[in-house]
Design a protein around this ligand. Structure first.
Ligand code: UDP
Length: 255
């Protein structure tokens, strides 16, 4: 097969031209970075697991009416997605304090927040992804006010849905980051859809009983057993690659 034309290479994924206009192929690498590229490494098999986990979660979210860029998984490391214009805002939703919110406001890690807190960051490595307000987003023209509204509403729905899904398999959804894109329809409509990926690379997932970390913090903080943690998330979701595409059993609820 002719090699596809590369459109963009990011830290954890590569985007290639898709088979039809308006589509892209998203390839998941094993590369891991943290602290704005200062720490680099490889997590063997991460790309395969994230491809699978992201496919599963995007499909579940589509089922509850969240529009996403996901079309279908193509193979172990690639998925077909709709081509969108990425809105340069990272939306972070937090349920439990960890990472930067703990540092910034001196809240001990693990403290449950009074309610889910949403933050916006401007996606720009050069500026170290600064936290921004709605005023910055509209003032600098990164997104319109109605787009911020849609991103906020969708992010809260994603949070409620995923928090419940993970709770059912004995995992606390501490926080996560999502990105959105503009999907340009042929009739001229522009729709804000969930894009990028949903995986332990951009979520904090803690075991419900032990609080053991099952996400990229294992890499960031050199805790070891990184692959195993990602694999355990996939296993509890019932989607380990070994089970094959036709016998995905889905999550088994813990009693
Ligand atoms: N996050 C991400 N990409 C980023 C920054 C954060 O996916 O560039 C995710 C991170 O994995 C965590 C959440 O967003 O689940 C909140 O991250 P935080 O602001 O605490 O930053 P960190 O501690 O990772 O620097």
């Amino acid at each position: 097969m002719a090699r596809r034309k590369q459109i963009y290479e990011g830290k954890a994924k590569v985007l290639f031209e898709g088979p039809e206009p308006g589509t892209l192929v998203q390839y998941f690498k094993d590369d891991a970075t943290a602290f704005n590229n200062k720490k680099k490494g490889t997590i063997t098999g991460k790309g395969v697991l994230n491809n699978r986990i992201s496919e599963y979660l995007m499909m579940r979210l589509e089922e509850i009416g969240i529009p996403t860029h996901f079309v279908r998984r193509l193979n172990m490391r690639e998925q077909l997605v709709k081509e969108v214009e990425i809105i340069p805002i990272e939306v972070v939703v937090r349920n439990i304090a960890a990472g930067s919110i703990s540092t910034r406001f001196h809240i001990p890690e693990g403290t449950r927040l009074p309610r889910s807190i949403v933050e916006y960051y401007y996606k720009n490595d050069e500026f170290n992804d600064p936290m921004v307000s709605e005023e910055h987003i509209t003032g600098f023209g990164w997104a319109a006010i109605h787009e911020i509204d849609e991103m906020l509403n969708m992010s809260l729905r994603v949070n409620d849905y995923l928090a419940g899904l993970f709770l059912g398999i004995g995992i606390k959804l501490v926080d996560f980051k999502v990105e959105y894109g503009r999907l340009y329809h042929e009739n001229g409509d522009v729709q804000v859809v969930l894009a990028d990926e949903l995986s332990p690379d951009n979520m904090r997932l803690w075991d419900f009983k032990t609080n053991e970390k099952m996400d990229k913090d294992r890499f960031r903080r050199d805790l070891g057993r990184v692959e195993e943690a990602y694999q355990e998330v996939a296993r509890r979701l019932g989607i380990l690659p070994e089970s094959g595409p036709t016998d995905v059993k889905g999550p088994s609820t813990l009693q």
